[in-house]
Every structure is written in structure tokens, then in C-alpha cells.
Design a protein around this ligand. Sequence first.
Ligand code: FAD
Length: 494
Amino acid sequence: ASGTHVPAVVVGSGYGASVAALRLGQAGVRTLVLEMGQRWDTPGPDGKVFCGMLNPDHRSMWFKDRTEAPVNGILFLDLANRPIRRHAGALDRVNFPGMGVYVGRGVGGGSLVNGGMAVTPDRDYFTRQFPTVDAAEMYDRFFPLATKMLRVNHIPGHYFEASDYYRFARLSRTAAARAGFDTAFVPNVYSFDYMAREERGEVPKSALGTEVIYGNNHGKFTLDQGYLAEAERTGNVTIAPLHQVTRITREGAGYALAVREITPDGEVVAEKHVTCDRLFLGAGSLGTTELLLRARDTGDLPDLPAELGEGWGPNGNVMVARNNHLLEPTGSRQSAIPTLAITDPSREVFAEVAPVPAGIETYVSLYLAITRNEERGRFTYDPATDRAVLQWGGARAGITAASGTFDRINDANGTVYRYDVFGGGKAFADDFCYHPLGGAVLGRATDDHGRVKGYRGLYVTDGALVPGSLGVNPFVTITALAERNLATILHEGR
Ligand code: FAD
């Protein structure tokens, strides 16, 4: 691809990028997708594309010497983390002071490693976050479109009630009910039909075989099977994996990209120069923000707006763990796909019941609480390291809200928090997140459709557009918003 010119480049291949690739391809625009991670389609010597969570190998994480799984020391045993060979693995954890951000790496971005929870946000919450976006159009047209394209499905009630693999979630429902809280089922892109067949022993186990954060070998409908496959079928879209964009400059009326191609073991194969008329940034909240800040602050694109890097948040993510009574085991078999959330509307807490798929009884109930937290961080460009650095003050309000909910659950059940789960002797973990959002916020760093201010033909199409929180898991919103923005961009031709 060196020295090539293409009408459109899409950087990254997560949700926002995949929508851009498909809609550009369908509009007849020749498009090159540059993705720094691997194309996950070739089985290793064990016959599997992805490695499991309990026996991680070099495929697990992006160029690390040791895995950095979030839940490590249950029962003070180092259950999950171990040394690995440095390799272009599927999950990355990008560490900033006080905040580790998990992201997916590969063709399909976060869809490869995420929990598949596919939630349309509460309409009032969405409207508060995006006051200039036509909510009626989103809820009538673009959320239903995203939900259909992503193949969102719902767990059948009879399956949830009967499966051994959801005992852990039913137990948390009971504990919540004793404290007066309701629960809600959470839709997913993992096929519950496939899961039922896993349980009957008809097909290879994936969710029921503790696979999720390093990739699911079966069952989950990821972007490489959906949007991206469809984009390639248009004949106009080419995907280049293991291609990392390092720099964006102006060239003629368009843009020039410095691109580094690597092998899966990290050796540099080539440094390439690609030019395009239109550039769509879908490298995620971290990736997109870093590329733009670097371009502005090194003088490559000096007129980029001052608002870049602002409005970052972890979607109020707070993890918490409780200990159950000996007579109320959670079950040693747990599906890796979460399906239930405890709702506490008065504190605006949406707490998903997360599995602890350790393969043994741990008596631990684990939750990912999505809280309302108005704290925002910001990225700045550090010339010494050539990286964007996050300044984040912590999630005090999120912890206060979550502890309100879970103190009440513990009181009603005579149970206590677990302090051995996250390291550092804490009951609540707010120093890592799965839901990085913001950095190039819609209507601030861009116009109301993701067109970057000051530069024609330059677009942001991913989670960087979302101003720091949504109240629910973000990928349905990122997808729907990208659909809406691309529809206008292609219609108006700019
Ligand atoms: P991403 O999906 O992050 O994609 C960005 C892509 O760009 C990546 O593939 C990256 O490798 C690539 N890239 C970055 N920089 C460059 C560069 N310079 N050059 C080339 N390529 C680049 N959300 C939910 O809604 N439900 C869930 O259940 C859920 N669970 C999660 C569990 C985990 C473990 C994680 C990590 C995330 C989870 N999320 C979940 C979050 C969700 O996956 C993200 O919000 C979503 O993937 C963000 O989409 P995006 O389009 O912004 O970018």
C-alpha cells in the first residue's frame, strides 16, 4: 500500500469504523481500512483462534510480558494472570496514572473481546448527553438499525431460570430483591441459541467454556462477521490488519498518513505513506484522540480545535465484589456472558452481574456498576513520549452511588464486601474501565455529525464522540450514532 492513494481511509475497525467502512463501500467509495491489530481468523496449534481466560498465552494480550486480567487475586490465589510472550494479542490495557483502560485489538476492535451486552440507553439520559441530536430520529431509526445489524438477541426466560451456568446471576437477583431492588435482563450479541446448544453438549463450548475477554471462539456475532464482512462484499473495501497509523498530515486537498506495518510478533515490516481525500477516524476514544492531539500539537494540523482531548470519562465504571454465605454458592460453572443487571434508579446505578468464571466455587458475586459521574478527564499530548496522556481525577461520585446500592444489599443479606479481588485491599475498583468515551466530543471538537472543526474531509466516527458517559454499555450507541452521522455525511457529500 506504500505510495497509494485511495478516496477514503478508515482508521481502526471497531464499531464506528465498521459502520463507516460499510456505508462508504455501499456508496461506491473505494475505502482502505487500516487496523493495527491482527485479523483473528487462523487457528493456532491447539485448533483455536483465541485462547481461554484460565490458560492465557501470547494470543491474550497486546505486547505484554504478563497478562493484566482485571480480577486477579480471588482467595488470594493468582488465578488468572501469568507470564506471556510479547505478541499482537487481542486485549490491551493502556495504563495511565490512576486509570487502566481495556481495549480490543484486531479486525473488529472491541467486538472481539467485549461482553456483548447490547443496551439502548435511556432516552432522557441520551438527550441530556446529546442535546443537539434529534432523539426521535435516533430512537425510531438508528437504534433499531444498529440493533438489527449487530444481531442483538435476548436470553429466553426459561433458559435463564434453568441453567446451572446462571445460578450466579439468580443468586444476585435474590440478594437484590431482599434489599428491594429490581433487576433487568440485558440483551446481547452472543447467540443464546448457540449457548443452549453448548449446554446440551452439541457444539464446542465458548461462553460456557470461560471464553470472553481474550476472544470467543464461537457464539458471539462480532464485527468481522457482520459489518466488516458486508463491507468487503461490496467490492470497494479493503482491510489491512497489522497496520498502525502513526501520523496524519495535510497533502493537497486531502490527507497523508504515516503507517507502520508489523508482524504478529512486532517486527516492523514496512513504513508506508498512504494518501486519501477523506479520512474517517475510528481508532476508539484513546486512538482517535491521540492521533488528533499529536497532529495538532506537533504542527501537522495546527488548526485543530482547542476542545480536543476534553470530555473523557470511563462511563462511570466501578467494579465491586461481595461475599456470599456458605449455604448460598454461586456455582463453579458460570457463563462468561452477563445477562442481568440490578437497577437502582434513585442513585442512577445500573449494576451488571458479572461472572467469576474461575471453574471453582469462590462465593464471590462480582458487579460492573455503571454509575452517573460528572467527573471528566482530559488528554494532553506529551512530546517527550509522543503519546497522549490522560489526566483523571477518580470516580468519587460513582463509588458513593455504588456503595449506596451495595451497602443496602449487604445489610439486607447479612453479607460483606470482598477486599481480595482487585488488589490494594479495596472493595470498589475505579482505577480501570472497559468503556472509554470522549476526547473528540460531538458538537465541541466536531460539528453535530462528527466533522472535525477546521478541516474538511476529516471525520471522527467512534466512541471519542461520546461525552464521557451514557448510563449503559456503549457499543449500541456508538454504532447508531455512526450510522446517523454517515447517513448525513454521504447524503451531503461532505
Ligand atoms: P474500538 O472498538 O475500540 O476500535 C478501535 C480500533 O482501532 C481497535 O481495533 C484498535 O486496534 C484500532 N486502532 C487504534 N489506534 C489505531 C491506529 N493508530 N492505527 C490503526 N488502528 C488503530 N461495550 C458494550 O456495549 N457492551 C459490553 O458488554 C462491553 N464489554 C466490554 C468488555 C471489555 C473487556 C472491553 C475491553 C470493552 C467492552 N465494551 C463493552 C466496550 C466496547 O467494546 C467499546 O465501547 C467499543 O468497542 C468502542 O468502539 P469504538 O468504535 O469507539 O472503537
